[in-house]
Each structure stands twice: as structure tokens, then as C-alpha cells.
Design a protein around this ligand. Structure first.
Ligand SMILES: [Zn+2]
Length: 163
């Protein structure tokens, strides 16, 4: 999907969410989404601070508080998701559309996320949702060590095991 198509799609998703929940359609919310999309690098998370910086670089005048509020709305609308734990870097945000029907494997050493498409598995999870709950999105995160860091870790361990 082209970036402009993504922007149109996600803007309309945001519009629907805002309308459905009786919130105000402020220009800032759409501008913040647009700024966030310039930081979209599939599985490399961006922070609220980075987003604020980019948004002001693009001429935005909304407050930091507005950035946090909008991120919350974007999360509730299923547009972005918070990465539960990125070691030492705080909270990160990712665009959910990359992750549909995926299992994301997060390396606790380098912080890289690898996506594996597992449609049947994520469909089964959605079917298991508790009654009377609305699901904005479903992503499975698995934490561990990636292949690359696993090899590095072994190299580090070997000399120690002789001691
Ligand atoms: Zn790694």
C-alpha cells in the first residue's frame, strides 16, 4: 500500500472512531496522525517525544498533552498500538496495519521486532474474545532473543564458562 493510501485509510478510520464516540473533529488530531505516519517504519517503534518533535518540525502548534491525548485515541481506534516493553527505551508506538494477522517476536537484546504471518492463529484468538468486549486489534507479542543476538550471546558465554 502506498503511503498516501495508508494515510487516507487511517484518517477515515480515525474519523469514524471520533464520530462514533462523539469526540471533536479537531484538525490537530489529523495533523498528528499525518506526522506520526512520517515516522512509520513498520516494526521500529516511535515515541511520544519523537512524534512531538516531528509534529512541531512540520509546523504543528498543539501541546504535548494533545499529542498524548491523540495517541490514546489512535490506540483506542486500533490505528496504533503500544509496544508493551522495550528494554530501556520506555513506551513505543507502532502502526497496527503492519501487524494484522501477525505474531511479532520482540528481541529483548536489540529491540528488533520480526513479524511472522499467522492468520489462523490470530483468527483463533479473536474468536476467543470475552463476551461484550470490543476488539480494536489483535497482535501477539513473543519476547525472546533473535537469531542474531542468540549467536552473540553464545560467543559471550563461552569464555565465562571456562572460568
Ligand atoms: Zn536481537
Amino acid at each position: 500500500m502506498k503511503q498516501t493510501e495508508v494515510q487516507l485509510l487511517l484518517s477515515s478510520q480515525l474519523k469514524d472512531y471520533i464520530s462514533a464516540h462523539g469526540l471533536n473533529h479537531t484538525n490537530e488530531r489529523y495533523e498528528i496522525l499525518k506526522a506520526a505516519l512520517t515516522l512509520d517504519e513498520e516494526s521500529t517503534p516511535f515515541s511520544a517525544r519523537t512524534l512531538y518533535k516531528r509534529y512541531t518540525e512540520l509546523g504543528g502548534v498543539a501541546t504535548r498533552g494533545c499529542i498524548y491525548d491523540t495517541l490514546k485515541i489512535l490506540e483506542q481506534a486500533g490505528i496504533v498500538m503500544r509496544v508493551p516493553a522495550l528494554v530501556g527505551t520506555g513506551i513505543g508506538y507502532l502502526f497496527g496495519y503492519h501487524f494484522s494477522n501477525s505474531v511479532a517476536v520482540l528481541c529483548l537484546y536489540c529491540g528488533k521486532i520480526q513479524l511472522h504471518k499467522r492468520a489462523r492463529f490470530t483468527r483463533a484468538l479473536l474468536a476467543a474474545k470475552p463476551p461484550q468486549t470490543d476488539i480494536a486489534g489483535a497482535t501477539v507479542f513473543i519476547y525472546g532473543t533473535c537469531k542474531h543476538c542468540g549467536r552473540k550471546e553464545n560467543k559471550i558465554k563461552k569464555p565465562n564458562s571456562r572460568a
